[in-house]
Design a protein around this ligand. Structure first.
Ligand code: F6P
Length: 420
């Protein structure tokens, strides 16, 4: 039986654990030496595939893979690049297939979110159309947790943990200072138009009087007067108020409170910067001294406080993607399926990409408290297992984590340069 070659690529926004999925792919392939030949990786995701910039992962030792598992960011590089529809840009798909052919690729593993599931689907359709038997499997990832077909998306659990812990810690600070200084702390979190990360801050609230006192979700239209009343009430009741705000917060007419004005290759508005807007309102209208913070890339790269559950998920989907491909699957996502909340049990199963591509999973109404400023018990039950356990990286004598940092050589090109 001839051995299959794998091409792996990372896509979109990276996560604290995406490299754990990559390492698991490589390890799973090495565990089946009779069935898998080479594992290549695209430099900067699909762009590296189009430009034939391919890395041979054979150069990674097993110690490198351990370090890689502990390293945030995307070690091979990622990209935001949307392949157009098959009719609009057939040339790009043909190029991908040419690169697959030139390097004898049998299996394409695409590690990304909903846009990437769409790309994986199109590539699998195209390869079928062109009579090339390339199996495409999507490996889930996105800190936004808005991916359909999977109970949760690897990367989310670690960001959720970072946000819940940071909310708890910063709230202790503001509580200490509130009698003579800061009364309100505003923390901005990512998540685009889904409030999963903001919801995770709610895990910090073990008692009704605990912070965060107000969570502003993108699923709940912003009402300035009602928000200011909630902040005032919290300060009167508890002496201080912690507000967590999602970058995707908007008013009833759909106007985002933060929008940098620029868009990415997928046409998504670049969000960020809502915290100072909210903090300004609190200062101007209520006169409360406040501090604000934008978690931004700190949350997306917070490998130092990664969730063990999340790391387990990230590794499992990487391993399962290889196994699904070797079992003959194609056009599927390696999705996490929850079997029980408590104790938490889950498996990984194949989900057709048609059910995943281009959908956006928002927070369901039953997860939002009646006033829209907090989470329900049902939401807590869903979120709680995802932040459990601490997967610390190894620290060196210099007090810093021993992250993998290296430049990868790319293989000699076999094709002419590509221009779209
Ligand atoms: O999709 C993940 C995400 O982190 C979003 O939460 C955020 O809005 C976006 O990526 C930021 O993307 P970029 O790093 O390309 O600006």
């Amino acid at each position: 039986m001839s051995r299959k070659n794998i091409l792996y690529a990372q896509s979109g926004g990276v996560t604290p654990v995406i490299n754990a999925s990559a390492a698991a792919v490589i390890e799973a392939a090495r565990a089946r030496p009779d069935e898998v030949g080479r594992v290549l990786a695209g430099r900067n995701g699909i762009l590296g595939v189009l430009q034939e910039e391919l890395i041979d992962t054979a150069e990674l030792s097993s110690q490198d893979l351990v370090a890689m598992t502990q390293t945030p960011g995307g070690v091979f590089g990622s990209c935001r690049y949307k392949l157009k529809g098959l009719e609009e840009n057939r040339r790009e798909y043909e190029r991908l297939i040419e690169v697959f052919r030139a390097h004898d690729i049998d299996i394409f593993l695409y590690n990304g979110g909903n846009d990437s599931a769409d790309t994986a689907l199109k590539v699998s359709q195209m390869s079928r159309e062109m009579g090339v038997a390339v199996q495409c499997i999507a490996v889930p990832k996105t800190i936004d947790n808005d991916l359909e077909g999977t109970d949760n998306s690897p990367g989310f659990g670690s960001v959720a943990k970072y946000v819940a812990v940071s909310t708890l810690e910063a709230s202790l600070d503001v509580k200490s200072m509130a009698s003579t200084s800061t009364k309100v702390f505003v923390l901005e979190v990512m998540g685009r138009h889904a409030g999963w990360i903001a919801a995770a801050a709610g895990l910090a609230q073990r008692q009704p009087s605990d912070p965060p006192h107000v969570i502003l979700f993108p699923e709940v239209a912003f009402d300035e007067a009602r928000f200011l009343a909630a902040v005032e009430q919290a300060v009167e009741q508890h002496g201080y108020c912690t507000v967590v705000v999602s970058e995707g917060l908007h008013t009833a007419d759909g106007k985002l409170l933060s929008d940098s004005g620029s868009t990415d290759a997928f046409g998504h508005a670049q969000l960020g910067g809502v915290a100072p807007v909210i903090a300004g309102l609190v200062k101007d209208r209520l006169g409360y001294k406040n501090h604000w913070a934008v978690s931004d890339y700190l949350q997306r790269s917070a490998r130092h406080i990664a969730s063990q559950t999340d790391l387990d998920h990230a590794r499992a989907v990487g391993k399962a993607a290889v196994e699904l491909a070797l079992d003959g699957h194609s056009g599927v996502l390696a999705g996490i399926q929850r079997e029980a909340d408590e104790p938490y049990r889950w498996t990984v199963r194949p989900v057709p990409l048609e059910q995943v591509a281009n959908h956006e999973k928002k927070i369901p109404a039953e997860f939002l408290r009646a006033d829209g400023y907090g989470i329900t018990e049902a939401c807590r039950t869903y979120l709680a297992p995802l932040i459990r356990g601490e997967a610390y990286p190894d620290y060196g004598a210099d007090g810093l984590p021993g992250f993998l940092s290296r430049e990868f050589a790319t293989l000699a090109r076999r094709l002419a340069n590509f221009t779209a």
